[in-house]
Ligand binder design. Sequence first.
Ligand code: IYR
Length: 256
Amino acid sequence: NLVCADETTMDIRAEVKDVQEDGDDAEDDWIPSLGDVKHKQLEFNSLSEEEMVVRAKEYYKLLEGRRTVRSFSSRSVSKEVIRNIIKSAGTAPSGAHTEPWTYVVVSSAEIKEQIRYIIEEEEEINYKKRMGKVWTGDLKPFRTNWIKPYLTEAPYLILAFKQTHSLRADGKKKMHYYSEQSLCISVGLLISAIHYAGLVSLTSTPLNCGPALRSLLGRPMSEKLAILLPVGYPHEDCEVPDLKRKPLDEIMVEFD
Ligand code: IYR
């Protein structure tokens, strides 16, 4: 076995530590996350090889056209679209099927203003003090700064919260496993659903704003803000950096 023992042990320790951080209290505060579940026959429709290749290429072509956008139109978007996009995100696989995500959808102009205020105040310090020369230098091509009009102009802000555990009304808790990975997979599906629906988004990660945004939105301590996405139509003058993506041979290594 060539797996480095230290690395494996570290992985397990990291996950167990993550779990224990939420629950160094009495063991009987915790209840099983799922309980007993019966199994049923999988519904699976086999495709022909030709159809598979066609579909794989079509899906790539669709995703290849996605761009991250920082300039939004204030044109409205139906809530029905947003609800279905969030339902897609909720289909993601998760550790022990704990579904450790909460999506907060904000369309209220006042709350968007408050979110923008919190983020711009922190981001000004981030850009001027916390991020340092290398980081801010690496961001130059993206023309970003701490002033973020998209936070009030986009019709929706979707805030993805990672649930480290869940708390029931009776005080009992359920452990959530691999919440980081599960949340990220879910947001990946969300971004793809937004694009397929004909809308654009910005995958933003407001640094140091989590606690303030969590309390503004009334979310519990067991939830941590992971990603904030403005969603809507691009501004008619929207520009994006002319970036290239890595070719397949740079992102894939094959052993046949
Ligand atoms: N969160 C900041 C900075 C930022 C960091 C990275 I890495 C980016 O790819 C883009 C922005 C901001 O939103 O401006």
